[in-house]
Design a protein around this ligand. Sequence first.
Ligand code: NI
Length: 168
Amino acid sequence: MSLLNILCYPDPRLHKVAVPVTEFDDKLRQLVADMLETMYKAEGVGLAATQVNVHQRLVVMDTSEERNQAIVLINPEITWYSEERVKGEEGCLSVPGIYDGVERAVAVRVQAADEHGQVRELEAKGLMAVCVQHELDHLMGKVFVEYLSPLKRNRIKTKMLKAQKEAA
Ligand code: NI
């Protein structure tokens, strides 16, 4: 297993649209294992392949307290959104240190394959529902800061670029 490099906003590669996974092979399962390791190490609740510069429809998440309930979503599609929506604080491993409110559906149903190609549907609510919507946005090239006002987004962009320059 190995840790993967996480792209940081405003890296343009975060805006690439992912393509469906077609091969459910050992290479894919290795990528899933590496993404899970990377997510746990970074203490995130979700990671999309886009964030590690792999532009395929693949997401890993774990929203459990114990950090022992990994969920792998391959070629995920949201099949149902609750009408009820709520604004909650979100963060992202690609936008370290930034948290802001985003409105999302309270619950969703998502259909996806696991790393063996087995398709199933699961219902998510609360943090898990937020995570599903946030991670699926990544696969479409969308980062959560794009829901914020242009003013806020520009401030974040400037802050991130400055931090990246200092770290280099
Ligand atoms: Ni994110």
